[in-house]
Design a protein around this ligand. Structure first.
Ligand code: SF4
Ligand code: SF4
Ligand code: FES
Length: 247
């Protein structure tokens, strides 16, 4: 079979066609074949070869896939992930995606309480804890075409992981961190859901964060224009700390 690979070096990109002489290979087996037999300069990355490490994520015919899990078809077009700078060929720089995790304060706080986690509590964020950092949801999100600062599905789903953790004590700080370029900028288009190899649904987690934001006194700034709570609540100048005494 022939497959087409979009190749990038520092200056330009081009699509190169390769003949892969293997029976029913995965994409990763196909790339290994090309690199070892046809073109040693092809660059891509992979680790576990079993869908665990998330490092082999790329796009096939426009859809995010793990190279070690995807079965190649004749004529497939292979491209790097979107919304991230391409370093070379199929390798992208994940620093930008990770920096949004930092922006969202999406980790366990130092002063998390050491309390018993029940089975019910654990089940609330078990799935989100299985994220393998593959970047597929980040690549699939169309919001980056118009807002490069969007915190995005990867970091927001991790934010929900900690916001829904019974041990977490700094929920106000975490919720504040995802107000600007965060939960309200998602269009709920669902593009991030089917591409996740772990079955995580970032859109659903963002919806949960929005509901929790409402309970905590935050609100969608796009509703702020017609409402006046006296203290600027909902306006661009609102600092995210609602004054309930003024209501
Ligand atoms: S649902 Fe939201 S986060 Fe997911 S792809 Fe659509 S806009 Fe992006
Ligand atoms: S949420 Fe899913 S698609 Fe997004 S980085 Fe984690 S494992 Fe990958
Ligand atoms: S090589 Fe680890 S997920 Fe594919």
């Amino acid at each position: 079979m022939f497959i087409n690979i979009k190749r990038f070096d520092t200056k330009e990109s081009s699509v190169v066609s390769y003949e892969v002489d293997l029976v029913n290979p995965t994409l990763l087996e196909g790339l290994n074949y090309i690199k070892s037999k046809l073109d040693a300069s092809l660059s891509y990355q992979a680790g576990c070869r079993s869908g665990v490490c998330g490092s082999c994520s790329m796009r096939v015919n426009g859809t995010e896939e793990l190279a070690c899990a995807y079965k190649l078809n004749d004529g497939d077009l292979i491209e790097p992930l979107k919304n991230l700078p391409v370093l070379r060929d199929l390798i992208v720089d994940m620093d930008k995606m990770m920096s949004y995790n930092l922006k969202a304060v999406a980790w366990s706080s130092e002063n998390s309480e050491n309390i018993l986690v029940t089975q019910d509590n654990a089940e609330k964020n078990e799935l989100q804890s299985d994220c393998i950092l593959c970047g597929a949801c980040f690549s699939a999100c169309p919001v980056y075409e118009v807002n490069d600062a969007f915190i995005g599905p990867f970091a927001l789903t991790r934010s929900w992981r900690y916001m829904s953790d019974v041990r977490e004590q700094d929920k106000q700080e975490k919720m504040q961190a995802i107000q600007s370029n965060g939960i309200w900028d998602c269009t709920l288009c669902s593009e991030c859901v089917p591409v996740c190899p772990q079955g995580i649904a970032p859109k659903q987690d963002i919806s949960m964060l929005r509901a929790k934001a409402g309970i905590m006194g935050f609100m969608d700034p796009s509703f702020g224009g017609g409402m006046d709570f006296g203290g600027g609540f909902g306006s661009p100048s609102f600092d995210g700390t609602p004054d309930f005494n003024s209501f």
